[in-house]
Structures are given as structure tokens and as C-alpha cells.
Ligand binder design. Structure first.
Ligand SMILES: [Zn+2]
Length: 437
């Protein structure tokens, strides 16, 4: 009965969208049986920094079996994508898939449930993977730990997730819930709110127990919260060091949210793997980062997209204070050769607009190749994942295609024509054709 009623609706939807999004109406399409060859006019070798013309990637069991093999195995299914460039799936090292920013999002802490956040992650994860980002490092609590597991099971279509679970922060700081009366959403170490060495150790251990694959810490104040000066250091260097050491005992790295100069330096000296935002870098911070090999995850495109007028007064003032510094800091870091991995802070940036970050890096001083490396080989290195970031035999079959040549025009990364995640073909827009080999 139900099926009869729904059939015409599905038929109509498919007529509109089937060619645009294969698999869009279903959950995860199963990996194709047997080997698949993906052919395109070009492939970008991100390590060598050159375009390979007339390229074929052979995919088997979710992995890349060969690039430009001399012959294809019996029964290979060939997909000819036509006049596009193949790239490794892109990586965004700073997302919040369960979140979004609006005039009322500061109320989320007291108005929405874990289920709401998880379902938002399903929707936003789809936008992210359709934008060519096949891996994210997500700072989003329990919701994106569970979401990431669902992606790996093939239950939902989305990017691989490296989750932090709850970010660590001081009582009343950026990673606490602020702006409400006493008694409203009082958090503890289980939610990442922890003070003093003993409590931060407990907080790290609790995040690891429940699925964290990276530890996020709020080293300084932030913009989208109700607490004080945006540049203020919040964790002491002693606390930061304890967090880094405890994370390392579990084989995990630490990502430090840090805007203010002193907090950035304390986090770098404490040994964090990456500075997130890094809005107020001075020359000493830049040389400390270079000396320690600390990554910068700039999250700069959001400054072009955020509507500060929507924010409550406290947040709006902080945003207006920090934004003019932040783009200068990224320019300074690029010029000095600080290691950079792409991150967008998606949630503050609308989900699916992640490639805007690549475009901004080029306008702030990177070559297109350097920008693409920040979202592929470099981000994979920061995340400690040696199974992705390049198109090479043995790597995960996370493959995307863009229209045009991204080394000539970085903006083509906004036009994603094809996406494959671990051998699952999740998006294909127009152009080529699928045919039996
Ligand atoms: Zn963030």
C-alpha cells in the first residue's frame, strides 16, 4: 500500500536528481562487486605536483589497486568521467558536523537534544562529502563519534570522521556552556569541562573511553560564547602539558583552539599538534610553531561568510575584534612556511562550502598546489592517517573529480563532479558514462 503511494513520488524525484546524485535517495550504496576502473582526462599527482593526462584508477575492495595499470582485470566495470581532473578526496581538519550558526544558535545548549545534533550531522555530512571532502576531523561530542561509526558501517553516506568527542575547556570558558543562570547545564569532565591537572587527566581519559581519536582543547577564549576577552588564555601551560602527555599515552594528538597570542604560545610549548584558528600570531608565535613543527589550521574562509550582525552583542563585538587580525595571521604563517592543514570550522561556515577555504589560501599567498596539499597530504599527516591524501596503490579509494584543472584555477574545487568514498560511488554529476569493460 505504502509502496504504491510512494512510487510516483520517488519516480518524480529521481527524474530530477538521479543524474545529479547517484545514490542520493538511498542510504550508502554498497561497494560495487568486483574491480572498478575510474577513467578521466586528467589526474593530479599531489606529491609530484603534476597533472597526468588520460588517467585510470583501478579500485578493488575499497582500496586503490593501481593507477594507470597496463591492463584491467577480467570483469572490470569502467566508469569514464570524461573531461575532469581526479584528485584524492579532500580532508577538512576542523568541522562541527552537528552544528550550524544562526541568530538563535547560542540557545542550542538548552534547546536541542543529542538526537537533534546527530540527525543534523547526517544532513551536514552529506553536504560535506558532496563538496568533495571525504574525511573530517570533527569536534562535536558524542554525536559525531556515533555518526562516524555509521559512515564506516555504510549506513549513511558521509565523510570518514576522526572525532574528538567533547572538547576540553575550563569552567566558564569557551568550551563550557556560558550565558545562563547558575544551575542551567552545569557540565563536568564527562562533557570536557575540567580544571586543574587531576581533572583534565580524567577528562581526557573519559573522551578516550567513549571514542575520541583526537583531543581538542580550548586553550583560549573564543568568539561564539559569552565569556570575556576573546584573546584571553584559559588553560595554564601546566594543564595544557598534562593534556598533551595524557593524550600521547593513548597514542592521540591534541588540537588546540587558540586565538590569543599568549595562549597560542603556551599551547605550542606544551606540545599540541595543531593550533586551530591562530588568529593573533606574532613573529615569536610563528617561529615557535616552526621550531616545534606545530600545524596551523587556519579556518579563515568563515570570516568572509559569517553574518556578525546576527550574533548576540557579546559575540558580535568579539568577532569584530578578531576578524581583522585573523587573515593577517594566515598570510604571515603562509609567508613564513608554517605547516598548514586545511580546516574550515564548518558550522560557523555553512556546511558544503568547505572548498572556499582553498580559494582563500591562494588569495593569501599559497600556490594552488600548496592549497590542495593542505587538504590532502598535509592534512593526512596532521591526522596521522597514512592511508589517504594521495592517489596511490594501497590507499583508500577516496577519489573525487573536479571540472577543469585546479592548478590553473583553484575555484574549480567548488565544482565537484564525482565522489567515491572507500570504493563507494556516492556522487556523479553529468559528463561521463558508465559502461561494462
Ligand atoms: Zn571550531
Amino acid at each position: 500500500m505504502k509502496r504504491t503511494l510512494l512510487a510516483p513520488v520517488f519516480a518524480l524525484v529521481f527524474a530530477v536528481s538521479a543524474s545529479a546524485q547517484m545514490g542520493g535517495m538511498r542510504a550508502a550504496p554498497a561497494p560495487m562487486e568486483g574491480p572498478v576502473a575510474v577513467h578521466a582526462a586528467r589526474l593530479l599527482d599531489v606529491q609530484a605536483g603534476r597533472i597526468v593526462e588520460d588517467a585510470t584508477i583501478l579500485v578493488q575492495d575499497g582500496r586503490i589497486a593501481a593507477v594507470n595499470p597496463s591492463e584491467l582485470p577480467e570483469g572490470t566495470h569502467t566508469m569514464d568521467l570524461g573531461d575532469v581532473t581526479l584528485l584524492p578526496g579532500l580532508i577538512d581538519a576542523h568541522t562541527h558536523l552537528g552544528g550550524s550558526t544562526s541568530a538563535t544558535s547560542f540557545l542550542n545548549a538548552v534547546t536541542i537534544t543529542l538526537a537533534d545534533v546527530t540527525l543534523a550531522a547526517v544532513k551536514n555530512g552529506r553536504l560535506t562529502v558532496d563538496a568533495g571532502f571525504t574525511t573530517v576531523r570533527d569536534f562535536g561530542g558524542q554525536a559525531t563519534v556515533s555518526y562516524g561509526r555509521a559512515v564506516e558501517r555504510g549506513d549513511v553516506v558521509g565523510p570518514h570522521v576522526v572525532p574528538s568527542r567533547s572538547p576540553l575547556g575550563i569552567t566558564g570558558g569557551h568550551c563550557d556552556v556560558t550565558g545562563f543562570a547558575p544551575g542551567v547545564r552545569e557540565l563536568d569532565y564527562r562533557d570536557g569541562v575540567a580544571d586543574g591537572v587531576e581533572d583534565v587527566l580524567r577528562a581526557v581519559r573519559y573522551q578516550v573511553k567513549h571514542g575520541a581519536q583526537v583531543i581538542k582543547v580550548c586553550a583560549t577564549a573564543g568568539v561564539l560564547s559569552m565569556e570575556g576577552p576573546v584573546g584571553a588564555q584559559q588553560y595554564s601551560e601546566e594543564e595544557l602539558r598534562a593534556i598533551v602527555e595524557e593524550a600521547a599515552r593513548h597514542g592521540l594528538r591534541v588540537a588546540a583552539h587558540a586565538h590569543g597570542t599568549e595562549g597560542i604560545k603556551a599551547a605550542v610549548r606544551a606540545g599540541v599538534a595543531s593550533i586551530e584558528h591562530g588568529s593573533m600570531l606574532d613573529d615569536e608565535a610563528v617561529s615557535l610553531m616552526k621550531a616545534h613543527g606545530t600545524w596551523l589550521v587556519p579556518t579563515t574562509h568563515l570570516t568572509q561568510r559569517i553574518d556578525v550582525g546576527l550574533l548576540p552583542e557579546v559575540m558580535r563585538r568579539k568577532a569584530e575584534e578578531i576578524i581583522p587580525y585573523s587573515r593577517d595571521s594566515v598570510r604571515r604563517a603562509i609567508a613564513a612556511g608554517v605547516k598548514i592543514a586545511l580546516g574550515t570550522d564548518a558550522a560557523v561556515l555553512p556546511h558544503g562550502e568547505n572548498a572556499g577555504e582553498l580559494v582563500d589560501y591562494v588569495s593569501l599567498g599559497m600556490t594552488p598546489l600548496e592549497a590542495i596539499r593542505s587538504a590532502t597530504v598535509n592534512a593526512a599527516e596532521l591526522l596521522g592517517l597514512d592511508d589517504r591524501g594521495v592517489l596511490a596503490p594501497g590507499k583508500l579509494a577516496d577519489v573525487i573529480a573536479v571540472a577543469g584543472n585546479p592548478l590553473e584555477d583553484i575555484t574549480v574545487t567548488r565544482d565537484i563532479r564525482f565522489v567515491m568514498v572507500a570504493g563507494r560511488h556516492v556522487k556523479h554529476v553529468g559528463g561521463g558514462m558508465a559502461m561494462p569493460h
